[in-house]
Design a protein around this ligand. Structure first.
Ligand code: AP5
Ligand code: MG
Length: 192
């Protein structure tokens, strides 16, 4: 099985690109953000606990998302692999992922990182707020906190995966079509 990590700051275009990637490479898209928003919409206990953290632009506890990921790995069949979007987001989550995969003798295949500058993060999220109505897109303060959380907690993973020779970065500032072409070129070269 292939285990790709789709990496990048908030608003970089991970969710946007994921649909085409999973279709082309027969992968299952797992977005921890989307799974958490489903829990909130369903009014589950987990959703209730997660909501205040997400609305503040903070991360939910590592164990919560680690459990979600492992259960998806164990239940989804008939795909060539997984595309992880928004996970891992802390060094602890990256280490937990390595442990989960080691149980079946597997490892992370590659990290595909879509990178955009902070100013563009804000533009993209402000634009999405007018379309999708995500609660964590509504307030400037929440967006600022998500950017801060990304730099503090998630960006160190660049070095974590670079040290393993697994990190590949592409410029996320072009059009959606340009970014998709660059992602496909990169992933084809990884598969080749
Ligand atoms: P999550 O849902 O993962 O949000 P995020 O990381 O903040 O990323 P986004 O979904 O905002 O951005 P995206 O890269 O998918 O961008 P998109 O394609 O939509 O997480 C939400 C929250 O859940 C977190 O803050 C945290 O609280 C919690 N959480 C989730 N995972 C967790 C974890 N592992 N651990 C702990 N907590 C966790 O694009 C954005 C907009 O830009 C769209 O409108 C799109 O149409 C547009 N766009 C995209 N590409 C382009 C382009 N090339 N040109 C112009 N516009 C574009
Ligand atoms: Mg997303």
């Amino acid at each position: 099985m292939k285990y790709y990590i789709l990496f990048g700051p908030p608003g970089a275009g991970k969710g946007t690109q994921a649909t085409a990637i999973v279709e082309k490479y027969n992968l299952r898209h797992i977005s921890t953000g989307e799974l958490l928003r489903k829990e909130i919409a369903a009014g589950s206990e987990l959703g209730l606990r997660a909501k205040s953290l997400i609305d503040a632009g903070a991360l939910v506890p590592d164990e919560v998302v680690e459990g979600m990921i492992e259960s998806e790995f164990n239940t989804v069949k008939g795909v060539a692999g997984f595309l992880l979007d928004g996970f891992p987001r802390t060094t602890a989550q990256a280490e937990a992922l390595d442990k989960i995969l080691a149980k079946t003798g597997e490892t992370v295949t590659s990290v595909v990182s879509i990178m955009i500058p902070d100013e563009m993060i804000k533009e993209r999220i402000r634009h999405r707020a007018t379309i999708e109505g995500r609660a964590d897109d509504a307030k400037e303060e929440t967006i600022d906190n998500r950017i801060k959380t990304y730099h503090e907690k998630t960006e160190p993973l660049v070095e974590y995966y670079r040290a393993q020779g697994k990190y590949r970065e592409i410029d996320g500032t072009g059009t959606i079509d340009q970014v998709r072409t660059n992602v496909f070129t990169l992933m084809d070269s990884l598969n080749g």
